[in-house]
Design a protein around this ligand. Structure first.
Ligand code: URA
Length: 212
């Protein structure tokens, strides 16, 4: 799994340490949220590593030089509701100019199809690189449906950033979208029968928002 070309495991010790603290069942809502925020900043470095830079002329106290800058506005962060929102703040601290969109999907209990209940993204998506965020890439069904929806807006590129995934989630997302690079801090052992990741960290939304 580690060597899949479109899967990027962010194995920096700081990321791994913070993830361990988050996984513990006795982590409070406050510390879970703080750690997720810190982790999102750290993961933002990795996921934006190949961002385009352009060179502008600046004056240092010594002389004039051509120096690299990024245009954060070209980036669109798309949060998959609701747990994706937990990743936004940390990422925006690192790339404050990024635009933000939201997509909400639920699974129809009869057809088991993903149904969209909310969709709002920045204008001119065709000019933007997209990073879709959701802490847990589990069954991959809603991730795949969300990517399908975002592809209709024709962005320049799409990456998928999560905290945790499992072989089943990677397989499902890449079966539908083999071109999407997945960035994750861990690939856990498996899914259970209820679609939860093992060993995982439980329900990310409930832990971020304190709803359980
Ligand atoms: N969503 C979660 O919040 N946790 C899981 O383990 C799987 C999906």
């Amino acid at each position: 799994m580690k060597d899949l070309p479109y899967v990027h495991l962010i194995d920096h010790p700081l990321v791994q340490h913070k993830l361990t603290l988050m996984r513990r069942k006795d982590a409070s809502t406050n510390s879970f949220r703080t750690l997720l925020n810190e982790l999102s900043m750290l993961m933002a470095y990795e996921v934006t590593r190949d961002m385009e830079v352009s060179y502008i002329e600046i004056e240092t106290p010594m002389e004039t030089m051509m120096a690299p800058t990024i245009d954060g506005k070209k980036l669109a962060l798309i949060s998959i509701l609701r747990a994706g929102n937990g990743i936004l703040d940390g990422m925006l601290q690192v790339v404050p100019g990024a635009r933000v969109g939201h997509i909400g999907l639920y699974r129809d209990p009869t057809t088991l199809e993903a149904v969209e209940y909310f969709f709002k993204v920045p204008q001119n998506m065709h000019e933007r690189d997209v990073i879709m965020v959701d802490p847990m890439l589990a069954t991959g069904n809603s991730a795949a449906a969300a990517v399908t929806r975002i592809k209709k807006t024709q962005p320049k590129s799409i990456k998928f950033l999560c905290l945790l995934t499992c072989p089943e989630g990677i397989k499902a997302l890449h079966a539908a979208h083999p071109d999407v690079h997945i960035y994750t801090a861990a690939i856990d052992r498996q899914l259970n029968d209820h679609g939860y990741i093992l060993p995982g960290l439980g329900d990310a939304g409930d832990r971020i928002f304190g709803t359980k």
